[in-house]
Design a protein around this ligand. Structure first.
Ligand code: SF4
Length: 387
């Protein structure tokens, strides 16, 4: 839980007596934060005019995504979908293609659904009221507070991973940062420290400080405007704050998939809604079961998922990647049919096609299958496909 010590000069006497941090002394240091932000903020595209649509899209993209990557995706997204109405009118395939590679595809599906709700109920605008924001698909406390403070200027506190790290160091919070009690304390402190009327700049300044100065490794305390009040700096324990939570166990996963080419076209299928890759396209395949080789698995999976009696023509490559708590080894094969294929009998997918090169380029695939496509393209294996 939050820790204060009677000997901590940066905290007020009342804070020490109450055994929870109070914001008086850091508040004085925080007065230096806004000038620091004015001098050091990055020229991010959504900061030009702070259009609510831009703020909303950027905040969703930035969850689980590095800034440089988010900027690239943001620019591509807004060039194609310049406002709420354009997102609502787009096909899901197009939305997922614009999101391809960012992962956590429920974010894209929720953006799509939320845009349609904004067209139906809010005149194609991002709503301003907290309850209206929270009623939208995929919008939780953080995103709603970000839109209200950064886009509309309301006095809403904001805690993301950067702010959490700054506060855990500033106040020397020594409980695991992911615990509910720690999160409650962080939001309480964020609210207490918010300067009225300056939420847009103040919230972004804290996040920018966490991203540029109070970084996870090697915080640059000498360049930090909060240094005079910082407990972790005074105690020389910044690398040990925040206290991490328990690490998630990583589960290895062996998968097999296959590229079945017939008359210059590749068989792909579209995943059903309801799972993490719902709406994305893929090569059929699945888990390698105990006692099975990857080659046996891909033949079995094709039969189960499509009814095709394929044979393995050649191994292609092995792709390794991770997502959420899984470390995936994806065994990839070239497959063949000994007769013209019948229409597939789909058991796990909702659509299918024999795709040429142009169609493959326009479809959104999960990361492992996109890597397989890139591997095929780099090796010249797609050159004989129909355009
Ligand atoms: S003084 Fe150092 S540890 Fe404290 S908030 Fe600033 S950068 Fe972070």
């Amino acid at each position: 839980m939050p820790r204060t010590t009677a000997s901590a000069p940066a905290l007020s006497a009342s804070a020490s007596a109450a055994a929870t941090p109070t914001p008086e002394a850091p508040a004085a240091a925080l007065a230096a934060l806004l000038p620091w932000f004015a001098a050091h903020q990055r020229p991010l595209p959504w900061r030009r005019g702070y259009r609510p649509y831009h703020v909303w899209i950027s905040e969703v993209m930035l969850q689980q995504t590095q800034m440089d990557r988010a900027v690239d995706y943001f620019l591509r997204w807004t060039a194609r979908l310049p406002d709420v109405a354009a997102v609502a009118a787009a096909r899901e395939d197009e939305v997922l293609k614009l999101w391809e590679g960012l992962g956590y595809y429920s974010r894209a599906r929720n953006l799509h659904a939320a845009a349609r709700a904004m067209v139906e109920g809010h005149g194609a605008r991002v709503p301003e009221a907290m309850d209206a924001l929270l009623a939208l698909p995929g919008v939780g406390r953080y995103t709603a507070a970000a839109v209200r403070s950064i886009a509309y200027g309301h006095d809403e506190p904001l805690v993301d991973a950067n702010v959490a790290r700054v506060f855990c160091r500033l106040f020397d919070l020594d409980a695991p940062v992911g615990e509910a009690a720690t999160q409650r304390e962080l939001w309480r402190l964020a609210g207490a420290l918010l300067p009225p009327g300056r939420a847009r700049e103040h919230n972004q300044a804290l996040m920018e400080l966490g991203a540029l100065v109070c970084t996870p490794r090697g915080p640059r305390c000498a360049a930090c405007p909060l240094a005079p009040a910082c407990e972790a700096r005074r105690l020389d324990i910044a690398p040990h704050r925040p206290v991490p939570g328990k690490k998630k166990d990583i589960t290895p996963l062996a998968l097999a998939t296959g590229v079945l080419v017939h008359r210059g076209r590749v068989f792909v299928q579209k995943r059903a809604p309801g799972d993490v890759w719902g709406g994305l396209w893929e090569f059929p395949g699945g888990c390698v079961e105990p006692g099975e080789t990857p080659a046996q698995a891909v033949v079995r999976e094709f039969m189960e998922e499509t009814g095709f009696a394929v044979r393995v023509a050649a191994p292609l490559t092995v792709i390794r990647h991770g997502y959420t708590r899984f470390r995936v080894t994806l065994h990839c094969f070239a497959l063949a049919l000994d007769a013209d294929p019948p229409a597939p009998v789909l058991t796990e997918a909702v659509d299918w096609q024999w795709a040429g090169a142009r169609e493959l380029a326009a479809l959104a695939f999960p990361a492992g299958h996109r890597k397989l496509l890139d591997w095929l393209a780099a090796g010249g294996h797609l050159e004989d496909l129909a355009p």
